[in-house]
Write a protein of this length. Structure first.
Length: 175
C-alpha cells in the first residue's frame, strides 16, 4: 500500500476544470467534460433462522457506471473511429464489430491550479455504448458544436504512484 504524504499548506479542494484524458499514449484533444466515476455495490440481505427480527447485510456484485465524455467537433476522427469499432454500419457479415480492439484503457488526470498533476485514475476495458457525432444545429444559437460519447467500463482505480505535488510559491522581491 502506498503511503500518502499530505501537503500541510493546501486547504482548498482541487477544482474540476483542469483535467486531461488519455487513451493509449495520446491525450485526447478538445475534451470539455468528463462524467463522474461512480460505482455501486449491491446489498445482499439475509437472515439467520434464530434471529427473525433483524437481517444482516453484506456486499454483493459491484457495478461501474458508464462515463460520458464531451468535446468540441473538430477534424479529429478518433471518437468516431472508436465508436465504429463497436458497430460499423454498412459492413459485410462478420465485420460489424472489431472484437480484437473495441475496448481501450483510459487515464483521467486532474491538475491543480498551477498545472501540476495531482490525481490520476485508470479506467479499464472501456467501450463506446453511445455516440453522438454532433449536437443539434441551430442558426440562432451561438455555441460550440459538441460530440458526446458514453463509455461502459469494467472498473477503475486511483493511481497511487501519483503523489500530492509540492505547490509552487512566489518569492517577495527584496527592497
Amino acid at each position: 500500500m502506498a503511503e500518502f504524504v499530505v501537503n500541510a499548506q493546501r486547504f482548498d479542494a482541487y477544482k474540476n476544470f483542469k483535467f486531461r484524458i488519455k487513451w493509449g499514449s495520446d491525450y485526447v484533444a478538445g475534451v470539455s467534460k468528463i462524467g463522474a466515476l461512480k460505482r455501486t455495490t449491491e446489498v445482499v440481505k439475509h437472515r439467520e433462522g434464530g434471529d427473525p427480527s433483524s437481517s444482516r447485510k453484506s456486499p454483493g456484485r459491484t457495478e461501474y457506471e458508464a462515463i460520458t465524455i464531451e468535446r468540441g467537433v473538430t477534424h479529429d476522427v478518433d471518437f468516431e473511429q472508436w465508436a465504429n469499432k463497436v458497430w460499423n454500419y454498412g459492413s459485410s457479415l462478420g465485420l460489424e464489430v472489431s472484437l480484437q480492439d473495441f475496448r481501450k484503457d483510459l487515464v483521467i488526470e486532474v491538475y491543480n491550479e498551477a498545472g501540476q498533476l495531482a490525481i490520476r485514475y485508470k479506467v479499464y476495458r472501456c467501450w463506446v455504448s453511445e455516440f453522438q457525432a454532433m449536437a443539434d444545429l441551430d442558426a440562432n444559437a451561438n455555441a460550440v458544436l459538441i460530440q458526446h460519447m458514453k463509455l461502459e467500463n469494467e472498473g477503475w482505480e486511483r493511481d497511487t504512484a501519483v503523489t500530492e505535488p509540492s505547490e509552487p510559491t512566489f518569492t517577495e522581491p527584496q527592497s
